[in-house]
Design a binder for this molecule. Sequence first.
Ligand code: PLP
Length: 393
Amino acid sequence: MSLEKRIFPTSSINIEVNALANYIYADNAATTKLDVEAFDAMKPWLLDEYGNASQPYSFSRKPKEALKKARETIAECIHALPEEIFFTSGGTESDNWAIKGAALSNCGHRAIITSAFEHHAILHSCEAVERLGCPVSYLWPDKNGIITPSMLESHITDETLLVSVMLANNEIGAVQPIQELCDIAHSHNALFHTDAVQAVGHIEVDVKKLGVDMLSASAHKFNGPKGIGFLYIRGGTPTIPFLDGGAQEYKRRAGTENIASIVGMAIALKNNCQLILENQQKIKALENRLLDTLDSLGVSYVRNGSDCSLPGLISLSFAGKDGEAILHRLDLMGISISTGSACDSRRTEISHVLKALKLPTELAKGTIRISLGKNNTESEIDFIANAIAKVVL
Ligand code: PLP
């Protein structure tokens, strides 16, 4: 591929972007760039200290200690106890465990309530337990993408075993009133799980304040490595071991521990949590700059979601336009954005999230998701806004 320069004339300014060196990544809800410090911290566990943490000899002492330290670091970041953190292969596995573990530990006799705009890791897990005889009902968000406490109040019964509502939606960023929802679940003796994959490392997540029994997280969404995550399970929560085999993860999730990735995840989370307010402020300012620039360029759009959203997660609908076409035009200009969640990006139909919001088809079809991260710059934002204006005006 050549390193040709692209000249991009816009209505107000000329911006020059190098097609390869200046590729603009604005799809941080799909995945994030690995933190350099996390990468450096991972290397020794892949090369020199490759011992199996479960073995009793001294060569395994260091990996065992690294595992313990990583568990403590992660627990501290979300205000949990180390023994409440269970390492998994990522958000999908954590969600599967939360739903299936709760349903199977109760022989599928009681019901689950979730929302209609959860990630497919939750929705498809719910379908699986439904086939085993555990009824599932779905709450529909309001037009701002919020599951309100009164919606849960009107559906929950004493037969409800588990309520699972995501902390922040991955397509529109709407942050849910988890604490209130959790209180309602507990008042009916139901468990509460939240898929916090988009939230952990980006906004404050305190499992004690939220009151949740289980919480899913995934490292690659907070500048950690891919293929690693964790499920927080509050002490005493009824569930079943997700993978049977060895005695790893307190006999609840068997398999030789992926020390390098676990260490990388812990460093990435610690780094993000230490700078959480600074990053939020920076990303929010970039978000405002993007919307202000679009306004000043005369671009009309509808912003989906509520005022209470993840910083930098911007879902925009352009009436009468095709989101897919916008994505490809922006891609040609060196910009990565998405039309919805990463796993839906190969489909052309309207995403289940936008359907759940009951967005008019005309708007839903013309929807894109821009998700900004801590590495984005003001000049990138200006370039994105001008590129959008060129495509949609
Ligand atoms: N839950 C949510 C809300 C997500 O956004 C994602 C990924 O996009 C997942 C779960 C799945 O996480 P992972 O990619 O780690 O399997």
